[in-house]
Design a protein around this ligand. Structure first.
Ligand code: PDD
Length: 284
């Protein structure tokens, strides 16, 4: 059984209790982060903490995230759960107002803070060799996808639609252009150039995205940050996705169309290797 963190305490997972009035439960009024652990170390920790603070600010939370406090909790959970590879999930909600009300609770209502570990193989996975098949579907999420909120019903429905149709994941589309994957950023490669949607309110500003694009520049690869259509993706030489827990994962078919040779491509493979090397050096 896992030891989880809830509002200052480390408790067995089956003893962690949250109110039925919690804003996270009733209004999906909460934000989250997922930080990957490799060899017991945290990947991209500072990026996740910065984005967490930004998400809270964008939703008018006054809570200030203290880096050291959260680093301690992350490390404590890694140690108490003997986590070698996997993720730490962190969620902060607007707390328990003791009733249901569309208005925010009083400003001094304490936020709810939950963290727990998830064991998962993240290095040397079958997916990095085999690649992913994706389908495209309409992006019906709200207009502030740059905020990492816990409103994940639509991404979850999209993922299930992909599974039902025999695929691994869905790429979401707005006006014919790909925004991102259900829980990852999306890329194509054409004539050696990496193309990925530019940062805006339309997509999550991935921590992995930032690092992978920095790796691309280190490798002297050309990067174009702009929206691309799904048709452009069909005829790309290569496609891949990025996320904290997936690093870079090759996308080998889209809507049944083979991308390039239909096997993981060299650009994604090189980026994955350098991403891991750089981020393992910097892990805390
Ligand atoms: N998902 N886009 C969306 C919609 C996401 O949910 C995520 C992350 C990303 C990639 O961001 P990052 O590189 O910072 O992980 C892009 C996490 C992993 C999740 O929901 O489990």
């Amino acid at each position: 059984m896992r030891t989880v963190y809830l509002n200052g305490d480390y408790v067995p997972e089956n003893e962690a209790r949250i109110s039925i009035f919690d804003r996270g439960f009733l209004f999906a009024d909460g934000v989250y982060e997922v930080t990957t652990v490799v060899d017991g170390k945290l990947i991209g920790f500072d990026g996740h903490i910065e984005r967490l603070q930004r998400s809270l600010k964008e939703l008018d939370y006054t809570y200030k995230v203290e880096r050291e406090k959260f680093l301690t909790i992350h490390r404590e959970l890694v140690s108490r759960n003997s986590l070698d590879q996997g993720m730490i999930y962190l969620q902060i909600t607007r707390g328990n107002p003791d009733d249901r009300d569309f208005e925010f609770p009083p400003i001094d209502t304490p936020v709810t803070i939950v963290l727990f570990t998830q064991k998962k193989q993240v290095v040397g996975t079958a997916t990095e060799v085999k690649g992913l098949s994706v389908i495209s579907i309409d992006d019906l999420r709200w207009g502030r996808r740059d905020i990492k909120t816990v409103q994940l019903l639509y991404p979850s429905l999209a993922k299930m639609e992909a599974k039902t149709r025999g695929a691994d994941d869905a790429w979401l589309m707005q006006d014919g252009f790909v925004t991102e994957g259900t829980s990852n950023n999306a890329y194509i490669v054409k004539d050696g150039k990496i193309i990925t949607r530019d940062l805006s309110k339309d997509i999550l500003h991935g921590i992995t995205r930032k690092s992978v694009l920095a790796c691309a520049r280190l490798l002297q690869m050309e990067v174009e940050e702009r929206p691309f259509t799904i048709e452009e993706a069909y005829t790309a030489d290569e496609a891949f996705s990025t996320s904290a827990s997936g690093f870079t994962n090759p996308v080998v078919t889209i809507d049944g169309n083979k991308i390039g040779s239909g096997t993981p491509g060299p650009v994604g493979d090189k980026l994955r290797a350098l991403y891991l090397e750089e981020n393992m050096k910097a892990a805390v």
